[in-house]
Design a protein around this ligand. Structure first.
Ligand code: PLP
Length: 478
Protein backbone atom coordinates (compact mmCIF):
# COMPACT_ATOMS: atom_id res chain seq x y z
CA UNK A 1 0.00 0.00 0.00
CA UNK A 2 1.42 3.40 -0.86
CA UNK A 3 1.31 5.92 1.97
CA UNK A 4 -0.01 9.43 1.59
CA UNK A 5 2.39 12.38 1.97
CA UNK A 6 1.44 13.18 5.57
CA UNK A 7 1.86 9.61 6.84
CA UNK A 8 5.17 9.35 5.04
CA UNK A 9 6.37 12.66 6.49
CA UNK A 10 5.51 11.83 10.10
CA UNK A 11 6.70 8.21 9.85
CA UNK A 12 10.02 9.31 8.40
CA UNK A 13 10.47 11.99 11.04
CA UNK A 14 9.83 9.48 13.82
CA UNK A 15 12.27 7.05 12.28
CA UNK A 16 14.99 9.71 12.23
CA UNK A 17 14.28 10.68 15.85
CA UNK A 18 14.09 7.03 16.95
CA UNK A 19 17.62 6.44 15.69
CA UNK A 20 18.91 9.00 18.21
CA UNK A 21 16.57 8.80 21.21
CA UNK A 22 13.85 6.18 20.80
CA UNK A 23 12.06 7.28 23.97
CA UNK A 24 11.30 10.66 22.42
CA UNK A 25 9.93 9.01 19.28
CA UNK A 26 7.81 6.73 21.46
CA UNK A 27 6.50 9.68 23.49
CA UNK A 28 5.55 11.56 20.33
CA UNK A 29 3.69 8.51 19.02
CA UNK A 30 2.02 7.98 22.41
CA UNK A 31 0.92 11.61 22.51
CA UNK A 32 -0.91 11.21 19.21
CA UNK A 33 -2.56 8.03 20.48
CA UNK A 34 -3.64 9.80 23.71
CA UNK A 35 -4.98 12.80 21.83
CA UNK A 36 -6.89 10.53 19.49
CA UNK A 37 -8.54 8.78 22.41
CA UNK A 38 -9.53 11.67 24.65
CA UNK A 39 -12.65 13.76 24.48
CA UNK A 40 -10.78 17.03 24.66
CA UNK A 41 -12.86 19.89 25.99
CA UNK A 42 -9.99 22.17 27.05
CA UNK A 43 -11.17 25.57 25.81
CA UNK A 44 -7.64 26.79 25.05
CA UNK A 45 -6.47 23.79 23.02
CA UNK A 46 -6.92 22.71 19.45
CA UNK A 47 -5.34 20.46 16.80
CA UNK A 48 -3.04 22.26 14.36
CA UNK A 49 -2.99 20.96 10.79
CA UNK A 50 -0.25 18.56 9.58
CA UNK A 51 1.10 21.38 7.39
CA UNK A 52 1.37 23.69 10.40
CA UNK A 53 3.05 21.00 12.50
CA UNK A 54 5.52 20.11 9.77
CA UNK A 55 6.44 23.75 9.13
CA UNK A 56 7.86 23.82 12.69
CA UNK A 57 10.16 20.82 12.51
CA UNK A 58 13.08 22.02 10.41
CA UNK A 59 16.29 24.03 10.12
CA UNK A 60 14.56 27.40 10.52
CA UNK A 61 14.89 26.49 14.19
CA UNK A 62 18.65 27.01 13.92
CA UNK A 63 18.58 30.60 12.76
CA UNK A 64 19.11 33.73 14.83
CA UNK A 65 17.14 36.65 13.38
CA UNK A 66 16.96 39.47 15.92
CA UNK A 67 15.53 42.61 14.40
CA UNK A 68 12.64 43.01 12.02
CA UNK A 69 11.93 42.08 8.40
CA UNK A 70 14.79 43.46 6.27
CA UNK A 71 16.56 44.99 9.30
CA UNK A 72 18.32 42.19 11.16
CA UNK A 73 21.23 42.12 13.55
CA UNK A 74 22.41 38.89 11.89
CA UNK A 75 23.44 38.13 8.33
CA UNK A 76 21.70 35.58 6.16
CA UNK A 77 18.12 36.16 7.27
CA UNK A 78 16.54 36.41 3.82
CA UNK A 79 14.48 33.23 4.23
CA UNK A 80 13.37 34.21 7.73
CA UNK A 81 12.32 37.55 6.21
CA UNK A 82 10.18 35.63 3.73
CA UNK A 83 8.25 33.64 6.34
CA UNK A 84 7.97 36.48 8.84
CA UNK A 85 6.61 38.80 6.09
CA UNK A 86 4.17 36.11 4.96
CA UNK A 87 2.89 35.55 8.49
CA UNK A 88 2.55 39.30 9.11
CA UNK A 89 0.81 39.92 5.76
CA UNK A 90 -1.64 37.07 6.32
CA UNK A 91 -2.38 38.40 9.81
CA UNK A 92 -2.96 41.94 8.54
CA UNK A 93 -5.30 40.74 5.79
CA UNK A 94 -7.14 38.31 8.01
CA UNK A 95 -7.80 40.74 10.83
CA UNK A 96 -7.84 44.02 8.88
CA UNK A 97 -4.95 45.37 10.96
CA UNK A 98 -2.49 48.05 9.85
CA UNK A 99 0.45 46.31 11.53
CA UNK A 100 1.20 42.77 12.73
CA UNK A 101 4.15 41.63 14.82
CA UNK A 102 4.44 37.86 14.70
CA UNK A 103 7.56 37.28 16.81
CA UNK A 104 6.08 36.75 20.31
CA UNK A 105 6.80 33.23 21.48
CA UNK A 106 3.54 32.94 23.40
CA UNK A 107 0.52 34.88 24.65
CA UNK A 108 2.27 36.10 27.78
CA UNK A 109 5.08 37.45 25.59
CA UNK A 110 2.63 39.18 23.26
CA UNK A 111 1.10 40.92 26.28
CA UNK A 112 4.52 41.97 27.55
CA UNK A 113 5.36 43.41 24.14
CA UNK A 114 2.09 45.35 24.16
CA UNK A 115 2.54 46.64 27.72
CA UNK A 116 6.05 47.86 27.00
CA UNK A 117 5.06 49.37 23.66
CA UNK A 118 2.38 51.36 25.48
CA UNK A 119 4.77 52.36 28.27
CA UNK A 120 7.37 53.42 25.70
CA UNK A 121 4.79 55.48 23.84
CA UNK A 122 3.02 57.04 26.81
CA UNK A 123 5.78 57.37 29.40
CA UNK A 124 9.26 56.93 27.93
CA UNK A 125 8.89 58.98 24.71
CA UNK A 126 7.48 62.05 26.51
CA UNK A 127 10.34 61.83 29.04
CA UNK A 128 12.92 61.70 26.23
CA UNK A 129 11.29 64.68 24.52
CA UNK A 130 11.26 66.61 27.78
CA UNK A 131 14.95 65.90 28.35
CA UNK A 132 15.61 66.71 24.67
CA UNK A 133 17.45 63.46 24.01
CA UNK A 134 16.84 60.73 21.43
CA UNK A 135 17.41 57.60 23.45
CA UNK A 136 17.51 56.37 27.03
CA UNK A 137 21.30 56.01 26.96
CA UNK A 138 21.53 59.80 26.61
CA UNK A 139 19.56 60.55 29.78
CA UNK A 140 21.38 61.81 32.86
CA UNK A 141 21.55 59.42 35.82
CA UNK A 142 18.94 61.54 37.61
CA UNK A 143 16.54 61.59 34.62
CA UNK A 144 17.02 57.84 34.10
CA UNK A 145 16.24 57.16 37.75
CA UNK A 146 13.12 59.33 37.53
CA UNK A 147 11.97 57.62 34.31
CA UNK A 148 12.41 54.14 35.79
CA UNK A 149 10.28 55.12 38.76
CA UNK A 150 7.62 56.53 36.46
CA UNK A 151 7.60 53.40 34.28
CA UNK A 152 7.04 51.32 37.38
CA UNK A 153 4.24 53.47 38.70
CA UNK A 154 1.51 53.15 36.07
CA UNK A 155 -2.05 51.89 36.36
CA UNK A 156 -3.91 49.15 34.59
CA UNK A 157 -7.59 48.23 34.76
CA UNK A 158 -8.50 44.71 33.64
CA UNK A 159 -11.08 41.99 34.18
CA UNK A 160 -10.83 40.20 37.51
CA UNK A 161 -9.53 36.66 37.50
CA UNK A 162 -12.67 35.13 38.93
CA UNK A 163 -14.80 36.92 36.32
CA UNK A 164 -12.68 35.25 33.62
CA UNK A 165 -9.70 37.62 33.20
CA UNK A 166 -6.15 36.35 32.69
CA UNK A 167 -3.17 36.33 35.06
CA UNK A 168 -1.17 38.44 32.62
CA UNK A 169 -3.65 41.32 32.97
CA UNK A 170 -1.97 42.72 36.06
CA UNK A 171 -2.19 39.98 38.68
CA UNK A 172 0.46 39.65 41.33
CA UNK A 173 1.78 36.15 40.55
CA UNK A 174 2.59 37.42 37.03
CA UNK A 175 5.18 40.06 36.10
CA UNK A 176 2.32 42.35 34.96
CA UNK A 177 1.10 42.56 38.56
CA UNK A 178 4.56 43.57 39.72
CA UNK A 179 4.89 46.17 36.95
CA UNK A 180 1.49 47.83 37.30
CA UNK A 181 -0.74 49.21 39.98
CA UNK A 182 -3.73 47.08 38.98
CA UNK A 183 -7.43 47.29 39.65
CA UNK A 184 -10.09 44.91 38.33
CA UNK A 185 -13.60 45.14 37.02
CA UNK A 186 -15.81 42.13 37.68
CA UNK A 187 -19.15 41.01 36.36
CA UNK A 188 -22.68 41.66 37.60
CA UNK A 189 -23.35 39.12 40.37
CA UNK A 190 -26.95 38.67 39.20
CA UNK A 191 -26.30 38.09 35.48
CA UNK A 192 -22.61 37.21 35.34
CA UNK A 193 -22.24 39.77 32.53
CA UNK A 194 -19.81 42.68 32.18
CA UNK A 195 -21.49 45.81 33.56
CA UNK A 196 -20.17 48.60 31.33
CA UNK A 197 -21.44 51.32 33.69
CA UNK A 198 -19.37 49.78 36.48
CA UNK A 199 -16.32 49.57 34.22
CA UNK A 200 -16.78 53.26 33.33
CA UNK A 201 -17.12 54.15 37.01
CA UNK A 202 -13.95 52.20 37.91
CA UNK A 203 -12.08 53.90 35.04
CA UNK A 204 -13.24 57.35 36.18
CA UNK A 205 -12.08 56.69 39.74
CA UNK A 206 -8.82 54.89 38.97
CA UNK A 207 -7.71 56.68 35.78
CA UNK A 208 -5.69 53.81 34.31
CA UNK A 209 -2.99 54.28 31.69
CA UNK A 210 -4.18 50.99 30.14
CA UNK A 211 -7.67 49.52 29.97
CA UNK A 212 -7.50 45.81 29.15
CA UNK A 213 -10.34 43.69 27.78
CA UNK A 214 -10.13 40.01 26.95
CA UNK A 215 -10.55 36.85 28.95
CA UNK A 216 -9.85 33.17 29.42
CA UNK A 217 -13.10 32.09 31.00
CA UNK A 218 -15.90 34.54 30.18
CA UNK A 219 -18.55 32.81 28.07
CA UNK A 220 -20.01 35.90 26.43
CA UNK A 221 -19.13 38.56 23.87
CA UNK A 222 -17.60 41.85 24.97
CA UNK A 223 -18.65 45.10 23.31
CA UNK A 224 -15.33 46.63 22.34
CA UNK A 225 -16.88 49.83 21.00
CA UNK A 226 -18.21 50.64 24.46
CA UNK A 227 -14.92 49.66 26.09
CA UNK A 228 -13.03 51.98 23.72
CA UNK A 229 -15.38 54.84 24.61
CA UNK A 230 -14.63 54.20 28.28
CA UNK A 231 -10.88 54.17 27.59
CA UNK A 232 -11.14 57.42 25.61
CA UNK A 233 -13.15 59.09 28.35
CA UNK A 234 -10.20 58.74 30.75
CA UNK A 235 -7.33 58.97 28.26
CA UNK A 236 -6.39 55.28 28.61
CA UNK A 237 -4.82 53.15 25.92
CA UNK A 238 -7.28 50.37 25.06
CA UNK A 239 -5.73 46.92 24.73
CA UNK A 240 -7.61 43.72 23.89
CA UNK A 241 -6.17 40.28 24.53
CA UNK A 242 -8.12 38.08 22.10
CA UNK A 243 -6.03 34.97 22.80
CA UNK A 244 -9.09 32.82 23.36
CA UNK A 245 -11.42 34.07 20.67
CA UNK A 246 -9.03 35.06 17.85
CA UNK A 247 -10.44 32.23 15.73
CA UNK A 248 -13.93 33.69 16.09
CA UNK A 249 -12.64 37.10 14.98
CA UNK A 250 -10.71 35.52 12.08
CA UNK A 251 -13.80 33.53 11.06
CA UNK A 252 -16.00 36.67 11.17
CA UNK A 253 -18.26 35.33 13.89
CA UNK A 254 -17.33 38.33 16.03
CA UNK A 255 -17.90 41.40 13.88
CA UNK A 256 -18.85 45.07 14.40
CA UNK A 257 -18.76 46.06 18.06
CA UNK A 258 -17.46 42.59 18.95
CA UNK A 259 -14.43 42.65 16.67
CA UNK A 260 -11.62 44.17 18.76
CA UNK A 261 -9.35 45.20 15.88
CA UNK A 262 -11.16 48.38 14.73
CA UNK A 263 -11.74 49.51 18.32
CA UNK A 264 -8.55 48.78 20.25
CA UNK A 265 -5.28 50.69 20.08
CA UNK A 266 -3.50 47.36 20.35
CA UNK A 267 -4.60 43.72 20.18
CA UNK A 268 -2.68 40.69 21.38
CA UNK A 269 -3.37 37.04 20.79
CA UNK A 270 -2.07 33.53 20.95
CA UNK A 271 -2.00 31.60 17.70
CA UNK A 272 -2.70 28.13 19.08
CA UNK A 273 -6.18 28.30 20.62
CA UNK A 274 -9.30 28.87 18.51
CA UNK A 275 -7.03 30.21 15.72
CA UNK A 276 -5.65 26.63 15.36
CA UNK A 277 -2.04 27.55 14.62
CA UNK A 278 1.29 26.71 16.28
CA UNK A 279 1.96 27.63 19.92
CA UNK A 280 2.85 31.31 19.81
CA UNK A 281 1.72 34.91 20.10
CA UNK A 282 1.10 37.94 17.95
CA UNK A 283 0.44 41.67 18.31
CA UNK A 284 -1.75 43.79 16.01
CA UNK A 285 -1.85 47.58 16.11
CA UNK A 286 -2.20 50.79 14.14
CA UNK A 287 0.74 52.80 12.78
CA UNK A 288 1.03 54.87 16.00
CA UNK A 289 2.34 51.96 18.07
CA UNK A 290 3.98 49.94 15.27
CA UNK A 291 7.57 51.09 15.86
CA UNK A 292 7.37 50.45 19.59
CA UNK A 293 5.79 47.02 19.06
CA UNK A 294 8.57 46.07 16.63
CA UNK A 295 11.07 46.61 19.44
CA UNK A 296 9.54 43.62 21.29
CA UNK A 297 12.86 41.83 20.67
CA UNK A 298 15.11 42.61 22.49
CA UNK A 299 12.82 44.60 24.84
CA UNK A 300 11.12 41.54 26.35
CA UNK A 301 11.69 38.75 23.81
CA UNK A 302 14.66 36.64 22.92
CA UNK A 303 15.47 36.04 19.27
CA UNK A 304 12.44 35.15 17.16
CA UNK A 305 11.56 31.51 16.48
CA UNK A 306 11.66 31.39 12.66
CA UNK A 307 10.29 27.83 12.52
CA UNK A 308 7.25 28.92 14.51
CA UNK A 309 6.81 32.03 12.36
CA UNK A 310 6.83 29.70 9.33
CA UNK A 311 4.08 27.66 10.98
CA UNK A 312 2.16 30.87 11.81
CA UNK A 313 2.29 31.78 8.11
CA UNK A 314 0.85 28.37 7.19
CA UNK A 315 -1.90 28.47 9.84
CA UNK A 316 -2.86 32.05 9.01
CA UNK A 317 -3.07 31.11 5.32
CA UNK A 318 -5.44 28.33 6.37
CA UNK A 319 -7.50 30.75 8.44
CA UNK A 320 -7.92 32.97 5.38
CA UNK A 321 -9.66 30.18 3.47
CA UNK A 322 -13.46 30.37 3.27
CA UNK A 323 -13.91 27.09 5.17
CA UNK A 324 -12.35 28.65 8.28
CA UNK A 325 -15.39 30.94 8.65
CA UNK A 326 -17.57 27.84 8.59
CA UNK A 327 -15.31 26.21 11.20
CA UNK A 328 -15.52 29.28 13.46
CA UNK A 329 -19.31 29.34 13.26
CA UNK A 330 -19.45 25.63 14.08
CA UNK A 331 -17.30 26.24 17.19
CA UNK A 332 -19.96 28.59 18.54
CA UNK A 333 -22.88 26.42 17.40
CA UNK A 334 -21.29 23.48 19.19
CA UNK A 335 -20.66 25.47 22.38
CA UNK A 336 -24.30 26.54 22.37
CA UNK A 337 -25.49 22.97 21.76
CA UNK A 338 -23.29 21.75 24.62
CA UNK A 339 -24.59 24.49 26.92
CA UNK A 340 -28.20 23.70 26.03
CA UNK A 341 -27.63 19.98 26.58
CA UNK A 342 -26.14 20.66 30.01
CA UNK A 343 -28.85 23.15 31.00
CA UNK A 344 -31.60 20.77 29.94
CA UNK A 345 -30.13 18.15 32.25
CA UNK A 346 -30.02 20.56 35.17
CA UNK A 347 -26.44 21.92 35.14
CA UNK A 348 -25.81 25.41 36.45
CA UNK A 349 -23.90 27.55 33.93
CA UNK A 350 -22.23 30.91 34.60
CA UNK A 351 -24.30 33.53 32.66
CA UNK A 352 -26.78 30.78 31.78
CA UNK A 353 -25.13 29.89 28.48
CA UNK A 354 -22.56 31.05 25.96
CA UNK A 355 -22.11 33.10 22.84
CA UNK A 356 -18.50 32.17 22.21
CA UNK A 357 -16.45 28.97 22.24
CA UNK A 358 -16.59 28.20 25.96
CA UNK A 359 -18.97 27.19 28.69
CA UNK A 360 -18.35 27.58 32.41
CA UNK A 361 -20.19 25.04 34.55
CA UNK A 362 -20.72 25.97 38.20
CA UNK A 363 -20.27 22.50 39.66
CA UNK A 364 -21.38 23.61 43.12
CA UNK A 365 -24.78 22.77 41.58
CA UNK A 366 -23.62 19.13 41.74
CA UNK A 367 -22.23 19.59 45.26
CA UNK A 368 -18.63 19.35 43.96
CA UNK A 369 -15.54 21.50 43.77
CA UNK A 370 -13.91 22.09 40.41
CA UNK A 371 -11.02 19.88 41.44
CA UNK A 372 -13.30 16.94 42.25
CA UNK A 373 -15.29 17.40 39.05
CA UNK A 374 -12.18 17.72 36.87
CA UNK A 375 -10.71 14.46 38.21
CA UNK A 376 -13.99 12.52 38.04
CA UNK A 377 -14.42 13.59 34.41
CA UNK A 378 -10.82 12.68 33.64
CA UNK A 379 -11.37 9.20 35.11
CA UNK A 380 -14.25 8.96 32.63
CA UNK A 381 -12.18 9.89 29.56
CA UNK A 382 -13.34 13.53 29.43
CA UNK A 383 -10.55 16.12 29.56
CA UNK A 384 -11.54 19.52 30.97
CA UNK A 385 -10.01 22.01 33.36
CA UNK A 386 -11.22 23.45 36.62
CA UNK A 387 -11.68 27.18 36.76
CA UNK A 388 -12.85 29.75 39.27
CA UNK A 389 -16.37 31.11 38.90
CA UNK A 390 -17.25 34.72 39.83
CA UNK A 391 -16.89 35.30 43.60
CA UNK A 392 -15.66 31.71 43.91
CA UNK A 393 -15.80 30.51 47.54
CA UNK A 394 -13.26 27.76 46.77
CA UNK A 395 -10.50 30.03 45.47
CA UNK A 396 -8.27 29.57 42.44
CA UNK A 397 -6.88 26.12 43.36
CA UNK A 398 -9.96 24.02 44.17
CA UNK A 399 -12.45 26.31 42.39
CA UNK A 400 -16.16 25.75 41.84
CA UNK A 401 -16.11 25.63 38.08
CA UNK A 402 -15.30 23.47 35.09
CA UNK A 403 -14.38 25.31 31.90
CA UNK A 404 -15.11 23.53 28.66
CA UNK A 405 -14.62 24.64 25.08
CA UNK A 406 -15.36 23.35 21.61
CA UNK A 407 -12.52 24.43 19.24
CA UNK A 408 -10.75 21.04 19.39
CA UNK A 409 -13.81 18.79 19.05
CA UNK A 410 -15.09 21.00 16.24
CA UNK A 411 -11.78 20.49 14.41
CA UNK A 412 -12.41 16.73 14.68
CA UNK A 413 -15.80 17.25 13.05
CA UNK A 414 -18.17 16.67 15.97
CA UNK A 415 -21.45 18.55 15.68
CA UNK A 416 -24.60 19.42 17.64
CA UNK A 417 -25.84 15.87 18.16
CA UNK A 418 -22.41 14.75 19.51
CA UNK A 419 -22.44 17.80 21.79
CA UNK A 420 -25.70 16.57 23.25
CA UNK A 421 -24.16 13.15 23.85
CA UNK A 422 -21.15 14.89 25.45
CA UNK A 423 -23.50 16.83 27.73
CA UNK A 424 -25.19 13.57 28.69
CA UNK A 425 -21.85 11.90 29.51
CA UNK A 426 -20.69 14.87 31.57
CA UNK A 427 -23.96 15.14 33.45
CA UNK A 428 -23.93 11.40 34.18
CA UNK A 429 -20.46 11.64 35.73
CA UNK A 430 -21.04 14.88 37.63
CA UNK A 431 -24.42 13.86 39.03
CA UNK A 432 -23.05 10.52 40.23
CA UNK A 433 -19.85 11.82 41.82
CA UNK A 434 -19.97 12.71 45.50
CA UNK A 435 -17.46 14.65 47.62
CA UNK A 436 -15.00 12.51 49.57
CA UNK A 437 -13.59 12.89 53.08
CA UNK A 438 -10.09 13.24 54.52
CA UNK A 439 -8.59 10.47 56.68
CA UNK A 440 -9.86 12.27 59.81
CA UNK A 441 -13.41 12.37 58.45
CA UNK A 442 -13.46 16.09 57.58
CA UNK A 443 -14.84 17.02 54.13
CA UNK A 444 -12.21 17.14 51.40
CA UNK A 445 -12.18 19.60 48.51
CA UNK A 446 -10.08 17.23 46.41
CA UNK A 447 -11.28 13.71 47.17
CA UNK A 448 -14.38 12.32 45.53
CA UNK A 449 -16.28 9.10 45.16
CA UNK A 450 -17.15 7.76 41.72
CA UNK A 451 -18.02 4.17 40.90
CA UNK A 452 -15.08 2.93 38.75
CA UNK A 453 -17.49 0.81 36.69
CA UNK A 454 -19.44 3.94 35.78
CA UNK A 455 -16.23 5.79 34.89
CA UNK A 456 -15.25 2.90 32.64
CA UNK A 457 -18.64 2.80 30.93
CA UNK A 458 -18.52 6.55 30.24
CA UNK A 459 -14.93 6.28 28.97
CA UNK A 460 -16.06 3.60 26.55
CA UNK A 461 -19.00 5.74 25.42
CA UNK A 462 -16.68 8.73 24.94
CA UNK A 463 -14.29 6.70 22.83
CA UNK A 464 -17.19 5.24 20.80
CA UNK A 465 -18.35 8.80 20.16
CA UNK A 466 -14.89 9.78 18.93
CA UNK A 467 -14.42 6.70 16.76
CA UNK A 468 -16.54 8.22 13.97
CA UNK A 469 -14.38 11.38 14.04
CA UNK A 470 -10.77 10.25 13.66
CA UNK A 471 -8.12 12.77 14.62
CA UNK A 472 -5.57 13.42 11.86
CA UNK A 473 -7.27 10.87 9.59
CA UNK A 474 -4.56 11.40 7.00
CA UNK A 475 -1.79 10.40 9.44
CA UNK A 476 -1.11 6.70 9.80
CA UNK A 477 1.93 6.04 11.98
CA UNK A 478 1.76 2.28 11.34
N1 PLP B 1 -3.93 35.65 27.40
C1 PLP B 1 -5.03 34.92 27.58
C2 PLP B 1 -6.38 35.58 27.57
C3 PLP B 1 -4.92 33.53 27.77
O1 PLP B 1 -6.00 32.79 27.98
C4 PLP B 1 -3.62 32.95 27.79
C5 PLP B 1 -3.40 31.51 28.00
O2 PLP B 1 -4.13 30.79 28.52
C6 PLP B 1 -2.50 33.78 27.62
C7 PLP B 1 -2.69 35.12 27.43
C8 PLP B 1 -1.10 33.24 27.71
O3 PLP B 1 -0.80 32.48 26.60
P1 PLP B 1 0.53 31.57 26.59
O4 PLP B 1 0.22 30.38 27.40
O5 PLP B 1 0.74 31.26 25.14
O6 PLP B 1 1.64 32.40 27.14
Amino acid sequence: MSLNAESTAFRSALEVIRAVEPRVADAIGAELADQRESLKLIASENYASPATLLAMGNWFSDKYAEGTIGRRFYAGCQNVDTVEALAADHAKELFGAAHAYVQPHSGIDANLVAFWAILADRVESPALRKAQVRQVNDLTEADWFALRRELGNQRMLGMSLDAGGHLTHGFRPNISGKMFDQRSYGTDPATGLVDYDKVAEAAREFKPLILVAGYSAYPRKVNFRIMREIADSVGATFMVDMAHFAGLVAGKVFTGDFDPVPHAHIVTTTTHKSLRGPRGGMVLCGPELADQVDRGCPMVLGGPLPHVMAAKAVALAEARRPDFADYAQRIVDNAQALAEGLLRRGAKLVTGGTDNHLVLIDVSGYGLTGRQAEQALLDSGIVTNRNAVPQDPNGAWYTSGIRIGTPALTTRGLGASEMDTTAELMHTVLSQTTPGANADGTPSKAKYVLDPALAETVSKQASDLLSSFPLYPSVDLG
